[in-house]
Design a protein around this ligand. Structure first.
Ligand SMILES: NC(=O)C1=CN([C@@H]2O[C@H](COP(=O)(O)OP(=O)(O)OC[C@H]3O[C@@H](n4cnc5c(N)ncnc54)[C@H](OP(=O)(O)O)[C@@H]3O)[C@@H](O)[C@H]2O)C=CC1
Ligand SMILES: CC1=C(/C=C/C(C)=C/C=C/C(C)=C/C=O)C(C)(C)CCC1
Length: 318
């Protein structure tokens, strides 16, 4: 079978980079990867990780999801504009009290996370419909299903992504085009560090001292622990996404972190929303010590599992 052409956005770091490398180094050579990024000056890490795949099964192209002409130019440079799989991955995060965030920053986030996807789909879907085949894979988030305190704008952008895809999927199916949402929980990438850097620069005089205190001393501290205990690696997400891409009948939704499934299910268990709001309120304000203790226990278990794995490898087990 001819290799599938997969175009991925946001490949300078994190999930996009890991996925591009995973697909390009596929042992069965099933993919030809077009790894895109808005600034090709940032391609060093990808080129290094791709190794000999660069120039063979992987090529790097410029694409800014906020710029229609850059998307068009990139697609026009692909023979026959033929993309089998589009992976919409590029995205930015934002966390903190609303009062400390500028409207311009919020609009930039929506422009990247939501309209970036819309621009891509507008450009790629007509070709896929004409060919009666294709797959659009969207890196959404668990926050596309359930908001998390202080992530108001980011969660809104991922809800927008989910609503857009949920509506479009039925029409697309008529043309044999699949749409899949990949919904990770926390993933340890530059995304996390960028949030903390942003939080350091924020002007907390724009909010009241109590809110500033809850964000900096409760949320940020717990968030670090959540990433350290429950965070997946970008390589984990690449494996999950590969499974979605290679599925004979791709799922519409795919959660990557089982630890978050109950959280996302709560809202469906109680349509009034009281159950999930109450659970979050208690976790954040009442049982934060229990939360931290549980997260520490998980970290310890993970560390032990890692040591067992390393030991087994040293002893020659796979
Ligand atoms: N990390 C996490 O905890 C989670 C992340 N996600 C989602 O995963 C996706 C990837 O994030 P992740 O790998 O973690 O984070 P990274 O910050 O490591 O990667 C984000 C990528 O998006 C790119 N990007 C940002 N703006 C644009 C743009 N306008 N055009 C093209 N590329 C752009 C960045 O490029 P540049 O280097 O130029 O800034 C970078 O390559 C995002 O959609 C994010 O929302 C979902 C769940 C959890
Ligand atoms: C679970 C949980 C928390 C934090 C979760 C975080 C920080 C999740 C991050 C998810 C990301 C980054 C998704 C990206 O798309 C709190 C509020 C600390 C306490 C209550 C339980």
């Amino acid at each position: 079978m001819a290799p599938k052409t997969v175009l991925i956005t946001g490949c300078s770091s994190g999930i996009g980079l890991a996925l591009a490398v995973r697909l390009a180094r596929d042992k069965q050579r099933r993919f030809r990867v077009i790894a895109t990024m808005r600034d090709t000056g940032r391609s060093g890490a990808l080129a290094a990780a791709a190794g000999p795949a660069l120039g063979r099964t992987l090529e790097i192209k410029q694409l800014d999801v906020c710029d229609e002409s850059s998307i068009r130019a990139c697609l026009d440079s692909v023979p026959g504009r033929h993309i089998d799989v589009l992976v919409s991955n590029a995205g930015v995060g934002m966390a903190g009290p609303l009062e400390c965030q500028s409207l311009a920053a919020m609009q930039n986030l929506m422009d990247t996370n939501f309209f970036g996807l819309v621009r891509l789909v507008k450009e790629v879907l007509p070709d896929m419909k004409r060919r009666r085949g294709g797959h659009i894979v969207v890196i959404s988030s668990i926050m596309g299903l359930q908001g998390i305190v202080f992530n108001d704008i980011y969660a809104a952008s991922k809800f927008a992504v989910e609503g857009f895809c949920e509506s479009l999927v039925v029409q697309a199916l008529r043309f044999n085009v699949a749409i899949s949402l990949v919904e990770p929980g926390p993933v340890t990438t530059e995304f996390e560090e960028k949030l903390y850097e942003e939080a350091k620069r924020a002007d907390y005089s724009r909010t009241d001292p109590e809110t500033a205190d809850i964000f900096t001393n409760l949320y940020l501290r717990n968030s670090r622990d959540v990433f350290a205990s429950l965070g997946q690696t970008p390589e984990d997400i690449a494996e999950h996404t590969l499974r979605v891409i290679e599925a004979a009948r791709p799922p519409f939704r795919h959660q990557t972190n089982a630890a978050y499934t109950p959280m996302a299910a709560l809202k469906h268990a109680d349509p009034s929303g009281a159950l999930v709001t109450d659970a979050f309120y208690k976790l954040v304000f009442k049982y934060d010590a229990v939360l931290r203790l549980s997260l520490r226990a998980i970290r310890l278990l993970r560390w032990k599992a890692q040591k067992v794995k390393e030991g087994a490898r040293l002893l020659g087990f796979k």
